[in-house]
Design a protein around this ligand. Sequence first.
Ligand SMILES: *[C@@H]1O[C@H](CO)[C@@H](O)[C@H](O)[C@H]1NC(C)=O
Ligand SMILES: *[C@@H]1O[C@H](CO)[C@@H](O)[C@H](O)[C@H]1NC(C)=O
Ligand SMILES: *[C@@H]1O[C@H](CO)[C@@H](O)[C@H](O)[C@H]1NC(C)=O
Ligand SMILES: *[C@@H]1O[C@H](CO)[C@@H](O)[C@H](O)[C@H]1NC(C)=O
Ligand SMILES: *[C@@H]1O[C@H](CO)[C@@H](O)[C@H](O)[C@H]1NC(C)=O
Length: 293
Amino acid sequence: MLLSALVSTGLLASTAWAASLTQVPNYNNNATSKAQMWVYKPDNVVANPPLVVVIHSCQSTAQSYFQNSAIPWKSGSDGKGYITVWPSSPNSGTCWDVSSKQSLSHLGGGDSQAIANMILYAIAEYGADPARVYVTGGSSGAMMSNVLAATYPELISAVSLYSGVAAGCFVSASGGVDQWNNSCSGGQSQATPEKWKQVVLDMYPGYSGPRPKMQIWHGSVDSTLAPQNYNETIKQWTAVFNVTQTPTSSVANTPKQGYTTSNYGDFVQGIYAQGVGHSVPSNLTASEAWFGL
Ligand SMILES: *[C@@H]1O[C@H](CO)[C@@H](O)[C@H](O)[C@H]1NC(C)=O
Ligand SMILES: *[C@@H]1O[C@H](CO)[C@@H](O)[C@H](O)[C@H]1NC(C)=O
Ligand SMILES: *[C@@H]1O[C@H](CO)[C@@H](O)[C@H](O)[C@H]1NC(C)=O
Ligand SMILES: *[C@@H]1O[C@H](CO)[C@@H](O)[C@H](O)[C@H]1NC(C)=O
Ligand SMILES: *[C@@H]1O[C@H](CO)[C@@H](O)[C@H](O)[C@H]1NC(C)=O
């Protein structure tokens, strides 16, 4: 009687089977890093689904990022039927390790390798399309997005990152795991495009396959990660893609008032937000468009 009432009102179905964020305790992680894997598979997941890896900022976790109303990727997943994976940092303070040799090297054993293992698991276990794997993140998650693009380019098709620093900019001279780097955060770590390119190449020596296209967002009044980090990141990826640092096209007030979108060929796009501070709000429409979703 009660059961049939529940079924007829649809309550049972929605409470028992509605998709939710779920931890994957064993994702065949062979990294030293013990980062946690969480996954969200929407009710309407499509066949051979695209995968978006959403990487949280410091002081956050997979669960709190997922529940953060400013982070639009759950609704993107519901809207288009793709899977999202939400890594959770194992480090105190929950920043990502973007400073140690382990994390800044292909198969070095650090947090980047743990996240690479999550991608491989999602492909193997959920049938995620290996040709449509995308990475996004904010702040520390944006730094990790750059590091993943450098260390696991073979796994990723496109990246859209908000308010980060160039791959390798937060390096720790003493090799420490998860170290803050004042020179980089303050915008004093500056190098030529060729030097930044070499930093990327050195993270995966000998790699000559395809690389993810990069969309880089930054605010002009960011006081946590100085705006100069935007310029250094653009230098880095334009050099990796062998294109000039002069935009091939630049559009004012796009995607919104005060933002300028600059294209550097087809693989690098910068979006500079005038008057915006740290953590430029994620724009689901623009990031999905960059991913081709
Ligand atoms: C860990 O897993 C990756 C991906 O499957 C593999 O390429 C690598 O050889 C494994 N072992 C180590 C020690 O990294
Ligand atoms: C901070 O990073 C820069 C490169 O961006 C590096 O040269 C410097 O040694 C790092 N500082 C520390 C204290 O490790
Ligand atoms: C950094 O990039 C921004 C946005 O394109 C630009 O306005 C600024 O002049 C650049 N800064 C330097 C030092 O080149
Ligand atoms: C850039 O040029 C180098 C040397 O010609 C080449 O090995 C590399 O594959 C190119 N990179 C990209 C992303 O096309
Ligand atoms: C996001 O970008 C789209 C264009 O891709 C634009 O139409 C929209 O206004 C933007 N939304 C916000 C909140 O910036």
